[in-house]
Design a protein around this ligand. Sequence first.
Ligand SMILES: Nc1nc2c(ncn2[C@@H]2O[C@H](COP(=O)(O)OP(=O)(O)OP(=O)(O)O)[C@@H](O)[C@H]2O)c(=O)[nH]1
Ligand SMILES: [Mg+2]
Length: 314
Amino acid sequence: MIASAESHLAQARGGDKRSIARLLTIVENDEPGCADILRSLYPETGRARVVGVTGPPGGGKSTLVSRLAAHYGSTYDRIAIVAVDPSSPFTGGAILGDRIRMRDRFLDEGVFIRSMASRGHAGGLSRATMRVVNVLDALGTGLVIVETVGVGQEEVEVVRVADTVCLVTVPGLGDDIQAIKAGVLEIADVLVVNKADKPGADETARDLMQMLSLGKGRTPWKPPIVRTSAQDNTGIDALAKAIDAHVEWSTASGDRDARRAGAARQEVEALLREALVKRLEERIGQDRVSEAVARVARRELDPYRAVDELLADR
Ligand SMILES: Nc1nc2c(ncn2[C@@H]2O[C@H](COP(=O)(O)OP(=O)(O)OP(=O)(O)O)[C@@H](O)[C@H]2O)c(=O)[nH]1
Ligand SMILES: [Mg+2]
């Protein structure tokens, strides 16, 4: 193992936050040492409870997550929040605000906060998030909460690392509620109507109920709808109860294991693909590839035959 990774690992196990941060950067960006770190830590993963919180921008996810962390503070020795920053330039201002708000709140409360960029991860955002969660898990974090803006397919993929997915909506979305990606609703285990201090929470809950009744439902679990005001700190107990109930159900029913098996399969297959491609490229050699490309460009060869020829006898 790379010496620096090894020393960070030793210190991180002792709870040193700077070393933890460094380890997380290495695995987030798949830097040298990443595979060694994960190899070394993997046997200790699988213990943390992972809760995903997703929903439209500005819905109060970060505020809610901080309330949840405070609520669970007496249950877990170590809690971590992984916030996947929205990359949209329109929410650029909120990114910094988010971090500052969260830092202010947690600086002295033993909650570890990690912000992740939402772009630029070689193997994809959800795999990078999974690696970050695994490291936190192995280092004895009992609860990892992953916050991500539920706007696109990639964000949906991110919350798949979670054992329990909470979808946060707010009153007054009206018809916009239809804009919530069906894919997000499908993977939601708990539905939250946050900002319930504002008018219209009942209508929103009703709309959600209706949308749910239209869906097929992947499992017998019926996602409960919980009203919260993260601002006023109300409904947090009910939300935690709903999350706990889901954990209990998914553990007993085997759904949690099935999800984790699905995630394991995805990671193994992704690594396998990467390794196969690398091996083949090494065997074929860049020169032969370049030569084939040139012949295709000159129309001497069609691209299908080019691939057949490159793979022949490999
Ligand atoms: N009225 C009201 N405002 C809230 C509530 N929860 C959060 N807010 C406010 O809503 C704004 C957005 O809150 P955040 O917690 O940053 O929302 P977010 O979903 O994390 O936002 P992004 O991460 O930028 O998508 C802030 O001004 C919060 O103070 C609530 O329950 N009621
Ligand atoms: Mg936020």
